[in-house]
Ligand binder design. Structure first.
Ligand code: SF4
Ligand code: SF4
Length: 247
């Protein structure tokens, strides 16, 4: 059907086996389609949204080019969607790459520690593990955005949800007690968000950069850092896999 559309220079075809109906569009190097099932065409004797959508897509208004040389509104909508998909893929790819880099960078200390104990950790293993972790997060975030996971359930939201976790972290921030700070600089190197500086030798947290991960709290030898807001630090760190034995 797609080849037939291309060869005959037709934009759309409607195909059915009597039960399912498929509206197909073939572009020069892509195709798009949507499908209906007649079992869902009527609800309580009234035409359903599916029928209304089919009628709308097949209407002269949707299929007629507004001017010669311009695409029909339906073709223009499909092309816009394709542009949006390309942008989304490029953005997602870049963010996944950054997240993988970030995880690998953050894991350097642990990997060095393992290597010092003669545990074989190849760069390939680290890359695969980091990519797998990020892609799992992407899948969970996608499922949560589409409400395929029970985000409205407080148990799920508070204990398992990535968006719930993000919301909790948004409430966290660290503060440094200048008097207790021993100026060792550990927290500054530990913070992945470059939120800590020592302008006058003592640690200072930039709250606008701090994501509340609490890594600095658990590494400060003098207990000069404290957290404000949010919930239990250790619980969150375990869920982020930042502590030994974490997921
Ligand atoms: S809580 Fe995390 S992001 Fe904030 S200062 Fe400490 S290490 Fe940096
Ligand atoms: S780790 Fe603690 S003692 Fe060291 S610089 Fe940071 S706040 Fe100060």
């Amino acid at each position: 059907m797609v080849e037939w559309l291309r060869k005959s220079q037709q934009k759309f075809a409607l195909l059915t086996n009597g039960v399912q109906w498929r509206l197909i569009h073939a572009g020069p190097d892509y195709e798009a389609w949507c499908e209906w099932d007649i079992a869902l065409w009527f609800e309580e004797g009234e035409p359903s949204d599916q029928v209304r959508a089919l009628l709308h897509l097949l209407s002269p208004k949707a299929l007629t080019p507004p001017k010669e040389g311009e695409p029909a509104p339906l073709v223009a909508a499909i092309q816009d969607t394709r542009k949006g998909q390309a942008e989304l893929s490029a953005n997602l790819g870049e963010r996944v790459r950054l997240a993988v880099e970030h995880i690998i960078h953050s894991s350097g200390e642990v990997i060095d520690h393992l290597r010092a104990e003669s545990v074989a950790v190849s760069p390939r293993d680290v890359y695969i593990a980091a990519t797998r972790l990020v892609m799992r997060c992407v899948v969970v975030l996608f499922a949560e955005a589409r409400e395929l996971l029970p985000r409205t359930d407080p148990v799920y939201n508070d204990s398992y949800s990535l968006q719930g976790l993000r919301g909790q972290l948004d409430n966290f921030y660290a503060v440094a007690d200048a008097e207790a700070c021993e100026s060792c600089g550990v927290c500054e190197t530990r913070c992945q968000m470059e939120a800590i500086t020592s302008p006058e030798g003592k640690a200072v947290v930039d709250r606008s950069r701090c994501i509340g991960c609490a890594l600095c709290l658990t590494t400060c030898p003098s207990g000069a850092l404290q957290r404000l807001g949010g919930r239990d630090v250790r619980c969150l760190q375990e869920r982020l896999g930042l502590l030994e034995g974490g997921p």
